[in-house]
Write a protein that binds this ligand. Structure first.
Ligand SMILES: [Zn+2]
Length: 136
């Protein structure tokens, strides 16, 4: 069962985030960087568990929803709890994409695409640096 507990809104100054996060986590979560494909810690991860936000600890994805998309980043068909992720239209880099954010700390996680497998048909393409796996 996913941890459905919703974290209160987390607001920290950029200086606080910079202190608490690794440089890679900061770049992804706070500056919307994208890690290079096939380099992330969880790209080939198959252990069962819950993926929590590296910024605030909120449960974001379950290993049950993880699939091997071959795209180079951890991919999920759905969030653990719908309300734990927020989505925003992203028109950067000359593309129209849907950005995925942590609903609690508003950290950038990745993007969601409509080319995933069933039943959702969605592919949440998420940076490893934004996640922490809590193995079961
Ligand atoms: Zn968060």
């Amino acid at each position: 069962m996913p941890d459905t507990k919703t974290m209160p809104k987390v607001e920290k100054s950029e200086a606080e985030w910079r202190r608490e996060l690794t440089p890679m986590q900061y770049a992804v979560l706070r500056e919307k960087a994208t890690e290079r494909p096939f380099t992330g810690e969880y790209e080939r991860e198959h252990r069962p568990g819950a993926y929590i936000c590296a910024g605030c600890g909120q449960t974001l994805f379950e290993s049950d929803a993880k699939f091997d998309s071959g795209c180079g980043w951890p991919s999920f068909t759905q969030p653990a709890v719908e309300s734990h992720v927020a989505e925003e239209r992203d028109i950067s880099h000359g593309m129209v994409r849907t950005e995925v954010l942590c609903a609690s700390c508003h950290g950038h996680l990745g993007h969601v695409f409509e080319d995933g497998p069933g039943p959702t048909g969605l592919r949440y393409c998420i940076n490893s640096a934004a996640l922490k796996l809590q193995p079961k």
